[in-house]
Design a protein around this ligand. Structure first.
Ligand code: F6P
Length: 390
């Protein structure tokens, strides 16, 4: 990670830290795909806020609780108390609900002719915050939700962001919460698949999430001793992957495990996109099935594919993710108390620091091809579909 994190003093000079605000009420929002650790952040923010004498409320389903309050019996806002956040640290999901549809900056509105146009509803969110006397929002999200948070900050809302995503693709933090849990789960799945692959002398292709970054595939693939790992950062040649599995058979190892990131693409083809809808990110998937069919065809070896899908997002957060989530939540409250605005809390071990939201959302964090983990993978003989096995 580039050392771009600002100290409080620097931030004050640059304008992300104004005069200390008088805070009476803060709102928490969880947007985009859920990730294990969301509830731990909600708990830390709630307890931290209440300890400072602030009222804390949760916005339902992203910003829908503010944009469509009439759709909620409770008006779209949940009062958060010490009682309501008790016992939630270890729970997956989010007690507030979330959505990755209907980006408020490009909200899809159906026209009479059935077509859609998009409208920017960010000012409605700001007006609703004023109406409910919300002085600041803690926005917990990935790149999409944090870009929305930055737009709200630009329009005058006090915002602090918390980086969440199993994809680990945010550039200004060493880790996002949720990633460790997803990788741990995927690794366990690879462990389980080894025995059945070996028993049947099959190739098992495992599709993992991660959008356009290969973090989950790489970390789980190396830890779970995959034979080939296909990541978006390295377009693959399926012939090379097939040769890797053939080489293993020649060496007497009659099975192979191939991990494919959902965003991986062949050198001569496109990424596998399932759907593209207005106001939401494109939906990836299907590459595992394609790779499995191609490998079976090329090698003649029986091949199966498994899509880990949303299982990677469910369940209880690992200790690492719980602690990171609690640290991020507590840091977000301290940031607000200090007068920070328009920033995201970020992990720069051993510290949690602040980064401007704009910078945090400017570029995606891809797997660096010269990273130590990549070198380790190559030293272990793992194939990335770009070089024939030696
Ligand atoms: O960004 C998190 C993530 O789980 C990606 O890895 C995946 O591509 C996407 O969300 C799936 O989104 P949905 O829940 O809409 O299927």
């Amino acid at each position: 990670m580039a050392r771009t994190v600002r100290s409080s003093a620097h931030a004050a000079k640059k304008g992300t830290m104004g005069r200390k605000p008088r805070i009476r009420c803060i709102a928490i929002n969880t947007g985009g795909g859920d990730a294990p650790g969301l509830n731990a952040v909600i708990r830390a923010v709630t307890i931290g806020g209440i300890q400072r004498g602030w009222k804390v409320v949760g916005i339902r389903d992203g910003y829908n609780g503010l944009l469509m309050p009439e759709q909620y019996p409770d008006g779209g806002l949940i009062p958060l108390t010490l009682e309501s956040v008790r016992g939630i640290t270890h729970l997956g999901g989010t007690i507030l609900g979330t959505t990755n549809k209907g980006n408020p900056l490009e909200f899809p509105v159906r026209q009479k002719d059935g077509s859609y146009k998009t409208v920017d509803r960010s000012r409605e969110i700001i007006r609703a915050c004023r109406k409910h006397n919300i002085d600041a929002v803690v926005a917990i999200g990935g790149d999409g939700s944090l870009s929305i948070a930055d737009a709200l900050y630009e329009k005058g809302l006090r915002v602090v962001g918390v980086p969440k995503t199993i994809d680990n693709d945010l550039s200004e933090t060493v880790a996002t919460f949720g990633f460790d849990t997803a990788v741990s789960f995927a690794t366990e799945c690879l462990d389980r698949l080894h025995s059945t692959a070996e028993a049947h002398r099959r190739i098992m292709v495992v599709e993992v999430m991660g959008r356009y970054a290969g973090w989950i595939a790489l970390n789980a693939g190396v830890s779970g001793t995959a034979d080939a790992i296909l990541i978006p950062e390295i377009p693959y040649d399926i012939g090379i992957v097939a040769e890797k599995t053939r080489a293993r058979v020649r060496e007497g190892k009659k099975f192979s495990i191939v991990v494919v990131a959902e965003g991986a693409k062949p050198i001569d083809g496109e990424r596998s996109v399932l759907s593209k809808e207005i106001g939401r990110a494109e939906k990836l998937g299907g590459i595992g099935e394609t790779v499995a069919a191609q490998l079976q065809e090329l090698t003649g070896q029986e091949t199966r594919h498994v899509v880990l899908g949303h299982l990677q997002r469910g369940g209880t957060p690992t200790t690492f993710d719980r602690l990171l989530s609690l640290r991020f939540g507590a840091a977000a409250v301290r940031a607000l108390e200090e007068g920070q605005n328009g920033i995201m809390v970020a992990l720069d071990p051993p510290t949690v620091l602040y980064v401007p939201l704009k910078k945090a959302t400017r570029r995606m964090k891809s797997v660096p091809l010269d990273s130590d983990t990549m070198k380790t993978a190559r030293d272990l003989g793992i194939c990335f579909g770009d070089e024939f096995p030696k």
